[in-house]
Design a protein around this ligand. Structure first.
Ligand code: GLP
Length: 264
């Protein structure tokens, strides 16, 4: 895993949005895996700015969202359909038919989940998957105890998630989410976290044992996982100084190689 600790949420948003923009520039028909939640807001805002400045074109991009609540019309403000339209899709030139979000009112849930997996496969698989993290370590809506190999399916949300996502209001109890197996098939993942309320989950995900008690810990097994977080979310990482040193000196290995070549 590459662990990148930056001073503020602003810098985290800048770093992650720049990576998305650069990935689309390099591969114009990239398949993006998208996430929702407050953490993504600053990132999408900066992606939209880059689009408005003409730096990036989404005409050929395809996207698959991680998850969606069940039991609502897609237009209702609670849904991730509504979130994505509001914060990203309506501001960029991604064709509507290229964007995919699990259905919020599926007639046949199992079939809808199988179809979602099939569409991801047919698109060639997800190149770059964005992830947030829940306070108990969920990715997508893979709550603690989720199978670490699961595919897209229905999950029941925990009390913590209900509290975090809806507060005192009545929200959704169930969601369709990509499974951890689905997420692990992505060629690259970027997990983003900000704020001290995420610090315990980040420490368990990065330095704890791999366990379904903290589903994000499975990313220790991913070959291309980047964890991009702010100082507050990094506060419980025991090797925080080491991770920072690695990031700040990442190009020095080339100097070492050059030095050796000059000496020989
Ligand atoms: C929801 C989403 C997760 C996301 C999490 C974090 O639960 N299903 O994918 O990681 O929110 O949300 P926030 O960024 O608002 O803390």
């Amino acid at each position: 895993m590459e662990i990148i600790i930056l001073p503020s949420y602003e810098q985290v948003s800048h770093e992650v949005s720049a990576r998305i923009v650069s990935a689309v520039q390099k591969k114009p028909d990239i398949v993006l895996g998208l996430a929702t939640g407050n953490t993504m807001l600053g990132i999408y805002e900066k992606v939209v700015q880059a689009y408005q400045l003409g730096k990036v074109n989404f005409k050929k991009v395809k996207s698959f969202n991680l998850d969606e609540y069940i039991g609502f019309d897609p237009e209702e403000s609670i849904t991730f359909h509504s979130y994505m339209n509001h914060h990203l899709f309506s501001h960029i030139n991604i064709p509507a038919q290229n964007t995919h979000i699990p259905p919020s009112r599926p007639t046949n849930i199992d079939l809808a989940c199988r179809e979602y997996e099939h569409k991801i496969k047919k698109s060639g698989g997800i190149d770059l998957q964005l992830l947030g993290i829940g306070r108990e370590g969920h990715i997508g809506f893979n709550e603690p105890s989720s199978s670490l190999q699961a595919r897209t399916r229905v999950k029941t949300l925990t009390e913590t998630t209900l509290k975090d996502n809806f507060g005192p209001k009545k929200g959704a109890r169930f969601a369709i989410t990509m499974g951890i197996g689905t997420i692990m098939d992505s060629r690259e993942v970027i997990l983003v976290a900000s704020g001290e309320e995420k610090a315990v989950a980040i420490s368990r995900a990065v330095e704890g044992p791999i366990s379904s008690s903290c589903p994000a810990s499975i990313l220790q097994f991913h070959k291309q996982a980047k964890i991009i977080i702010d100082e507050k979310a990094a506060v419980f990482l025991s090797k925080k100084d080491y991770y920072k040193w690695v990031w700040n000196h990442k190009n020095e290995v080339n100097d070492v190689i050059k030095d050796n070549q000059n000496k020989s």
